[in-house]
Design a protein around this ligand. Sequence first.
Ligand code: NAP
Length: 312
Amino acid sequence: MLYRSLGRTGLEISELALGAARGTEDRAQFIPTLHAIIHAGINFVDTAEGYGDSEEALGEALVGHDDVIVETKHCPYESYAVGAKFVGTGEKLTAAAEQSLRRLRRDRLDILLGHGLRTVESLDRFMNDGCYDAMVKLREQGKVRFLGISELSEGDGTHEVLKKAVPSGAFDVVMLTINFLLQTAIDAVVPLCREHGVGTVVMMPLNQASRESGLVSLPAATECVRRHIAEGNLPAEPPYTEAELFDFLKPYSIPEAGLRFVLKQDVSACCVGMRTVERLEENLKAVAPPYMDEARYARLIELFGRIQQQVR
Ligand SMILES: NC(=O)c1ccc[n+]([C@@H]2O[C@H](COP(=O)([O-])OP(=O)(O)OC[C@H]3O[C@@H](n4cnc5c(N)ncnc54)[C@H](OP(=O)(O)O)[C@@H]3O)[C@@H](O)[C@H]2O)c1
């Protein structure tokens, strides 16, 4: 495993990280899988108060593994829906962090993020109406080490929230969307984070895939391209309409190419769900610098670099 700096935090984190949004319900499967993941050198896990029983499962599985860095999140909205109302307050954030500490069985949260900040207006409210002050207080009390935010999962390609938040100096870490079907953050956010010493944890490297659409298999990737064509993000013409569209990626599978594309970026880590040891073994194959040759990489930029919004 290779390790990269998490911005100015001083933490060195594994470039392949675990996204624990799903797959924690079956503890008999989750706990040995997590231990295999740690054994492989992965030392960074992303979770959230809103990911089902993820924090509790991690709390149980990480006993004796204090060196594993856990990032968790508090959502200051009514729900995870795109248009959800901002309802964040300092009191709610503090109470949520205390609950996360209890569920994770830790004295201190390594990283606490505001979850899915979706508009500049709500970022301003987060900063000025108590949430951010509560985060800072938790840090002063030694209950949180580092602060951050994640952008909205349904990436719109503008990254306006992160473009405002990163230069403010308020945050040590951001979670951002990059995959080869939504490349916008590569130019819009990553250099800004590098300039300001902010750590970059990539989410949705496989485009928040479902079995039907996303970067998990050739049929799912083909379906995702079809949906982009239907949305007008890609032209309804060759090569997008050809069955051979992804042939140039061989011998990589679609998910391996997806992870290699992200790992090639100047980011701190690529966070992906791995609910079985088989998935771990598949995804470890991508940890192989230089990750992707220039010809394949340039072709992915040429084909999909124009896409400005996520389609799932
Ligand atoms: N706004 C936010 O803060 C936010 C939003 C979204 C995600 N996240 C974080 O980012 C992480 C990754 O995001 P995600 O939404 O893409 O979730 P994910 O949990 O990584 O979803 C991955 C999907 O890809 C599949 N997969 C993984 N490795 C594969 C492989 N080698 N071959 C084929 N399929 C593979 C999984 O399938 P199987 O289940 O069949 O293995 C799963 O369906 C999440 O776990 C979460 O921690 C944060």
